[in-house]
Design a protein around this ligand. Structure first.
Ligand SMILES: CC(C)(COP(=O)(O)OP(=O)(O)OC[C@H]1O[C@@H](n2cnc3c(N)ncnc32)[C@H](O)[C@@H]1OP(=O)(O)O)[C@@H](O)C(=O)NCCC(=O)NCCS
Length: 423
């Protein structure tokens, strides 16, 4: 019996850069057979981005393209179009994130793809949704963070708009696409019908900024946003959701606190949540039992103009402790708090290795590298994390399985339709 959730699902991966590859990699980790199709010679442009080992595929490529096979396929030649046609006919899902209209220009519009395989699911990422005024524009990660509202609401009120270190535009769009594909597979399971699934990067970012649209509406209705620092600091709140620095955002106020060593270590900090329901425990923790029943402190409203005073009082404790020690201490009081982890810490964290969220894989050219395993854990299904393929590593075996003879393959290599590589 198969132990992988998506065993037997064939994914034709026509993706590049990050949004599409992140989606297909996750499908692969969950057991789908993913075939990455790339231009002979160059391949996915990220193979060469920020290379750290001469002659080896970059970490950008290898960390987003594990659990895949690689076929070199130039869909501009007649033979290339024939290969693509055969692949479409036998695939369950086709994923692409080329520029708007690129697939149509190749001759593979959604209408044509459907004719070839009515059960197929075509999944696409674009910068903007179909029908949007900017639908023809190309978009990269940080552009989407800006267009989706994340950037205008990130950073400090007296600083510029700031992009996040998390790939809210790219990987997040890929994760949304993955959810859409799984829903479409379930729909096909019931009806036998395929469909097109589209995710716009702007929409995927906006979907993560839901509370900021909530705040816009609250601001317009009431003229105030009490959990933002602007009120206490007597700063103008403006007429659109402002940047709140490190304020809570969701609903529970919080802030970043200095910990021991902050003067020299830029990550010696914790995030501390002043959860309303935990106020009594916070008072016990910071040795201020008198604040528990003091009407000047014991409600969120009463603390509204004293938030930074409260934070400073807590910080007097955190600054004497290591961030992990302080986190443990807060957990003893059941208070949500966590260390600001550096990537040096994350890369070597024994717990993350144990739960297989950080995984080491071996690559024939670059050697061992770290990648991020599936953040989704299953009680029954296995999740396997394998290395990224070399460009064209599986071209020959795939073309043979599609019915091409050795001579035909040789000709296609000679005329630039495909190329091969050996591991
Ligand atoms: C990411 C992006 C900005 C990159 O743009 P780009 O480097 O100029 O690449 P394109 O997607 O335009 O592809 C270039 C061309 O190569 C073609 N191409 C790529 N691989 C091919 C293949 N194997 N066979 C034939 N043609 C291929 C594309 O069809 C396209 O053709 P066109 O000239 O008719 O448009 C753009 O693809 C985009 O906006 N994608 C949608 C949003 C997105 O996913 N962005 C985030 C990526 S992380």
């Amino acid at each position: 019996m198969s132990t992988k959730a998506l065993e037997g699902i064939k994914v034709l991966d026509f993706t590049h850069v990050q949004a599409g590859p992140a989606c297909t990699q996750l499908l692969g980790q969950m057991g789908a057979e993913v075939l990455k199709c790339e231009m002979p010679g160059s391949g996915d442009s990220t193979r060469n981005w920020l290379q750290d080992v001469e002659g080896a595929d970059s970490l950008y490529f290898t960390m987003f393209n594990g659990n895949k096979r690689s076929l070199c396929l130039n869909a501009r030649t007649a033979e290339g179009k024939d290969i693509l046609t055969r692949l479409i006919k036998q695939s369950d899902v086709m994923v692409e994130n080329f520029a708007p209209g690129a697939l149509d220009r190749m001759g593979f519009s959604w209408e044509n793809i459907q004719k070839l395989n009515p059960g197929i699911i075509l999944a696409s990422v674009k910068g903007y949704a179909e029908g949007h005024a900017n639908e023809s524009y190309k978009v990269y990660e940080n552009v989407a963070q800006c267009t989706g509202g994340a950037t205008s609401t990130t950073g400090f009120w007296d600083g510029p708009p700031t992009v996040s270190g998390a790939a809210l535009g790219d990987s997040n769009s890929g994760m949304h696409l993955c959810i859409g594909i799984l829903a479409a597979l379930e729909y096909r399971h019931r009806t036998g019908r395929g469909q097109k699934v589209a995710v716009a990067m702007q929409d995927a970012v906006l979907n993560l900024c839901r509370v900021k649209l909530r705040d816009q509406q609250r601001l317009e209705r009431t003229g105030r946003l009490d959990e933002y620092p602007q009120g206490e600091l007597k700063l103008p709140i403006g007429d659109s959701t402002p940047r709140g620095g490190n304020a809570g955002g969701g609903g529970q106020p919080g802030w970043i606190l200095k910990c021991k060593g902050w003067e020299t270590d830029g990550n010696a900090y914790v995030y501390f949540t002043v959860q309303a329901s935990a106020w009594g425990k916070i008072c016990d923790m910071i040795k201020k039992p008198e604040w528990k029943d003091d009407p000047n402190y014991n409600t969120f409203e009463a603390r509204r103009d004293k938030f930074f005073q409260v934070i400073k009082t807590i910080e007097a404790f955190s600054v004497t402790m290591d961030k992990h020690e302080f986190t443990k201490w807060a957990a003893e009081y059941d208070i949500p708090c966590g260390p600001v982890n550096s990537f040096k810490e994350l890369a070597y964290d024994p717990s993350l290795r144990k739960v297989k969220t950080i995984v080491e894989v071996d690559h024939p050219v670059r050697g061992k590298y770290l990648t991020i395993g599936s953040p989704i854990k299953f009680s029954e299904s296995d999740v396997e994390v394998t290395r990224a393929p070399l460009l064209g590593e599986h071209s020959e075996e795939v073309l043979k399985s599609l019915g091409y003879s050795a001579d035909e393959i040789k000709n296609m290599i000679a005329n630039g339709t495909t190329a091969t590589a050996k591991a």
